[in-house]
Design a protein around this ligand. Structure first.
Ligand code: PDD
Length: 284
């Protein structure tokens, strides 16, 4: 079935949607994006995604193209027009179309695109069996706190993981894990402490990360926000990742080393349940 997508003020069939060949998103990856998950036709943590979008735009001297209310209305209209029950809404803002030059063009209208993707999120085979990951050098740029569309190295790392017969890759910088290709990374020590890298320009401040850490604290789980080494991860009792579309996904193997029993761990399983419950309650 053909989707309806949103491009610069219009709702159009996906085959009719047009973007200029001069769009700086296309030529320079000069744009930012957000992915908001949808459960039961409702948006999960929309306010959080909007907050981070504003920050990403601000860091790149881009402007918010419309009001928060309009953005929410567009998200909701796309969910409705595409009869989306479960999946995601993808939003992208670029600096727009201008003759190719490295300097940012002055007063070019920005490009705003949104589309939906139907996907099963609650039932997720990887979350059920637990993901297997390998570590790879973090060769991305130094402003990973900005959610830019510059995802080529993340894509290459995920391709490498699949070529090595596993699900995903965790990035490593100076011996310390930064994050996953499209998720934040966590370990649970044998003493039961959840450890995840502290926020800085080294990682994306996951919206799911914030919500899951809140769930963990409510459940009286101990949380440490600090970098952890690959060695520490290999000795961990369990591990997991968080992202808008993966929620909390247990990790059962790192670089060929099986964690614990090789089954999704108790902490990750509990947090996945708690996060989904909280999200369903607060969805809009
Ligand atoms: N990725 N780290 C990176 C590098 C990411 O790309 C993502 C999200 C996250 C988790 O952020 P959040 O919890 O806000 O989704 C962390 C999205 C889902 C994607 O690119 O599809």
């Amino acid at each position: 079935m053909e989707r309806t997508v949103y491009v610069n003020g219009s709702y159009v069939a996906e085959t009719e949607a047009r973007i200029s060949v001069f769009d700086r998103g296309f030529l320079f990856a000069d744009g930012v994006y957000e992915v908001t998950s949808v459960l039961n036709g409702k948006l999960i943590d929309f306010a959080g995604h909007l907050r981070r979008l504003r920050r990403s735009l601000n860091e790149l001297a881009l402007e918010m193209p419309c009001s928060d209310e309009e953005l929410l209305a567009i998200h909701r209209a796309l969910v409705e027009k595409n009869s989306l029950v479960e999946g995601l809404v993808y939003l992208q803002i670029t600096r727009g179309a201008a003759d190719r030059q490295f300097l940012f063009p002055k007063s070019t209208p920005q490009t705003l695109v949104l589309f939906t993707q139907a996907r099963s999120l609650l039932e997720n085979a990887e979350a059920r069996r637990g993901a297997r990951v390998v570590t790879v050098d973090d060769l991305r740029w130094g402003r990973r706190d900005i959610k830019t569309v510059q995802l080529l190295y993340a894509s290459m790392a995920k391709m490498e993981a699949h070529a090595r017969g596993v699900d995903d890759a965790w990035f490593v910088q100076d011996g310390m894990v930064t994050e996953g290709t499209s998720n934040n990374a966590y370990i649970v020590t044998r003493e039961g402490t959840i450890v995840t890298r502290d926020l800085s320009s080294d990682i994306l401040a996951g919206i799911t990360r914030a919500a899951v850490l809140e769930c963990a604290r409510e459940l009286q789980m101990k949380v440490e926000e600090r970098p952890f080494t690959v060695e520490e991860a290999l000795k961990a009792a369990e591990a997991f990742t968080t992202s808008a579309t993966g929620f909390v996904c247990p990790v059962v193997e790192i670089d060929g080393t099986v964690l614990g029993s090789g089954e999704p761990g108790a902490v990750a399983t509990r947090l996945r349940q708690a996060y989904i419950e909280a999200s369903l309650n607060s969805a809009i």
